[in-house]
Design a protein around this ligand. Sequence first.
Ligand SMILES: [Fe+2]
Ligand SMILES: [Fe+2]
Length: 277
Amino acid sequence: MPATDRFREELLTTFRTFFAEAESKRRWNPYTDIPWDAVNREAPESLALCAETFMAVESFLPDYVSGAFSVIRESSLGQRWFTANWSYEELKHSIVLHEYLVRSGKRSEEALHDFHAQLMGRRWNVPFSTGRQMTLYAIFQEHATFLIYVRQEQVALAHGDRALAACYRFNARDECAHGRFYEAAARAYLEEDREGTLRDLALVAKGFRMPGVGIVPDYDRRIVTMREDAHIDRDLFLKKVFFPTLRRLNVTRQEIAAASAASRREAQDAGGTAATG
Ligand SMILES: [Fe+2]
Ligand SMILES: [Fe+2]
């Protein structure tokens, strides 16, 4: 469905608000704004392993950017401009974790260059095919990442590493702002086509996976460490990310269940027609 003028205008207004706030309150520099002299070089390896895992997930930026532009480039100017700015902010999340790993002495530059090269041997593919679906996916992904970074900040502080805690704090603040932009976009999609957006929301919720799954080497083992350290699992995702998002979008669980049932019925009918036709 082509975007209406109202949708385009709303997204542009949302972008302007987002960008003004980013420029005035959220700009930061990974090289100069972290108290690098407060790195705890004696902190356990699990902290470095987690930082390396998140750096790895953030490092698929080329795929995220090309994927995002491929699904929203026709949609609206506000979304295109947001995506360009978002890319810059995401870039800093990789930079700052890379810096931490080197400055803490946990990894050498050489090892990290090899690791980055290894990562680029794999590719992240867009998990959903439309701008609307990817916008909904991004809400959950950004808020989940926000939650992870906030937890990791606590873990870093508990190990006396104020530098790493600051890395996570800056990253978390950006992720939260990204999640809020995508939520505003989702509200505009709901205004345009509530039924279709609810169906997409049900689809995305059902198939949701964090972006690192399947592309970061040893992801499962790494995630065990993260869960042990920061106590994050699916229940927490539902409680802290999924249901609060529905509430903020003013969508009920019943609506999601009904949209999901309608999509299932449609698929069955289509299957029946194909079998008999
Ligand atoms: Fe990020
Ligand atoms: Fe983000």
